[in-house]
Design a protein around this ligand. Sequence first.
Ligand code: NDP
Length: 286
Amino acid sequence: MSKAAILDGKAVAARVRAEVRVRAAGFTAAHGRAPGLAVVKVGSDPASAVYVRNKRLACDEAGIESFAFDLPDHIARAALVAQVKALNDAPEVDGILVQLPLPNGLDANEIMDLVDPAKDVDGFHPYNTGLLAQKRPRLRPCTPFGVIRLAQEYGIGLTGLRATVVGASNIVGRPMALELMLAGATVTVCHTRTRDLQSEVERAELVVAAVGKPGMVRGAWIRPGAAVFDVGINRTEAGRLVGDVEYAVAAERAAWITPVPGGIGPMTIAMLLSNTVDAAERRAHG
Ligand code: NDP
């Protein structure tokens, strides 16, 4: 029997999307066009196809116009560069999302660096990451931003909290640490060279797991009363989706825990929509 309260990302994401819908309708009424998001998919990775389809459907539902660019696996680097530059210049496009990973031979960093920071609704451009690092957030990486919003919605105070982030990637772990610092937490970041992961997790009042390995964070490591945010999405051999945290045991000890699926995944998409309307409003008003 689980003791932890479940952090219902699906329900909170629905609320965020409802807010976005109202703001998008307001933008459309004021400017004669809907906020626009260009979703660029390169190649035929099946997981990317699912993510991209979900993002496009979410746009439709929120009153955001999505522009689909499905580019072939073997697209030349120069053609992709030209596509991104054209989207930077397109007035009806407020946000540009290039779905990762890119096929072999294309440098994701080079492509992300080309996206106009004002349209970088994923928040991956070094300019936006830099602003977050300097406590001046603008377009904020969607997954970490979603964790913060979910914590806020449940009244989980982050100020002064001892937080451990497991995972240090550019798209999740690192910006997560910056978001938690911005919120006033005291943050430890763990990665493959961390000496004693267990003790770093054991003393945390808030744990974010973003590794990509099922059950990597053992339930028995969770400090009683902690808040646990599981970003990991892993498919088991049986085809089930599971996170990075050993859920059943962790839920016995934690005070709050996110499920997988239905936790951070829906929040990530909701924050993408929210960033798109933010970008549209900022572009319209200067
Ligand atoms: P990456 O593979 O880019 O990064 C994984 C991180 O985990 C790295 O920093 C790595 O350390 C660290 N790591 C790996 N093994 C260990 C270990 N044994 N001990 C400690 N740290 C370890 O993954 P992402 O950050 O892109 O994604 C992480 C997970 O989150 C994946 O399951 C992904 O599918 C999911 N995800 C979910 C999203 C959502 O919407 N819910 C959005 C984005 C991702 P090092 O830096 O040393 O290599």
